[in-house]
Design a protein around this ligand. Structure first.
Ligand code: GLU
Length: 292
């Protein structure tokens, strides 16, 4: 029997806080209960915002918490050529297109449609969907703009992608609780995100692309992560389908909220693990704080 494989996958673009502690410890607990493996993956594709200092902080905080993971740690920034190969496949299959509109141009386009009384759709994060203009650009024009060095991002043509991926496979299996006994099937709704970015001009991947490639490559069988990524799973499920990758099972856990009742962010200094440690809080107390 193959071992169940879990992973904790932080991004070193800020300090870990109580929400990360909960996610990491829950992964550890579920892996231990299943007699499985726990991997640590550093998701540092955003080379402008991720720093070696934040990464060192992640290792320090996780060791202090008592997290035990398997070596080797996969660092995404060391695998750009692998993501590039996958991106090239999507380009060759005409499932992605270069999108040139700047934020300002998107805003102007949407304001214009608004004047004609049309509500512009928003994605689950409240961001307006990307307008359909560039999707229809002739190949010659795309090539001209790229040759002229115009900034762009590779976006998934979500309608073409859904048409390519058989509908009955656009669902995912989610655990309904932490004991992993009950499951339900959830319909993936990737179209809610419109034409998502799958790669940048200078970075041949995005969060969604790197995560599905790595989860498959590392044999991750169980993705345990926060509820804030619940609807992102729809996009990832579609990418898995397009790339012929078998999907893991998912458990989207509750979020640890701040005193204001909102999701913790990396700017909440007082719930940062390093700050708590310096204030004399013990790893055991962290477990209690997050309800473990
Ligand atoms: N790297 C992501 C984050 O820090 C988590 C990705 C995932 O668990 O799928 O929020």
């Amino acid at each position: 029997m193959t071992l169940l494989t879990f992973r904790f996958a932080p991004s070193p673009n800020g300090e870990l806080h109580l929400g990360h502690a909960y996610s990491a410890l829950l992964n550890q607990e579920m892996a231990a209960r299943a007699g499985g493996r726990l991997l640590l993956r550093i998701e540092d594709i955003d080379i402008a915002r991720c720093t070696p200092e934040f990464e060192a902080g992640i290792f320090r905080d996780l060791k202090w918490l008592g997290l035990g993971w398997e070596e080797l740690v996969r660092r995404q920034s060391e695998h750009f050529s692998e993501y590039k190969a996958v991106l090239d496949r999507l380009i060759a299959e005409e499932l992605v297109y270069p999108a040139f509109m700047s934020r300002g141009e998107i805003r102007a386009f949407i304001a214009e449609t608004g004047k004609r009384g049309r509500e512009w759709p928003l994605d689950p994060d409240g961001v307006p969907l990307y307008p359909p203009l560039d999707r229809a650009l002739p190949m010659k024009e795309r090539k001209r703009r790229i040759a002229e060095n115009m900034p762009f991002a590779w976006r998934l043509d979500v309608d073409a992608a859904i048409a390519r991926a058989p509908a009955d496979l656009s669902s995912w299996v989610e655990f309904t609780d932490e004991t992993m006994t009950a499951t339900r099937t959830v319909e993936a709704r990737p179209q809610a995100w419109g034409d998502v970015i799958v790669a940048r001009r200078d970075i041949p991947t995005s969060y969604h692309l790197a995560v599905v490639v790595d989860d498959a490559l590392q044999g991750v069988s169980h993705v345990v992560r926060g509820q804030d990524l619940y609807s992102a799973t729809g996009v990832q499920r579609l990418l898995q389908q397009l790339l012929g990758l078998s999907p893991p099972r998912y458990f989207h856990h509750r979020l640890i909220l701040g005193p204001d009742g909102r999701k913790l962010s990396k700017s909440f200094k007082d719930t940062g693990l390093a700050a708590l440690r310096q204030a004399g809080v013990s790893p055991q107390e962290v477990r209690q704080l997050v309800g473990l």
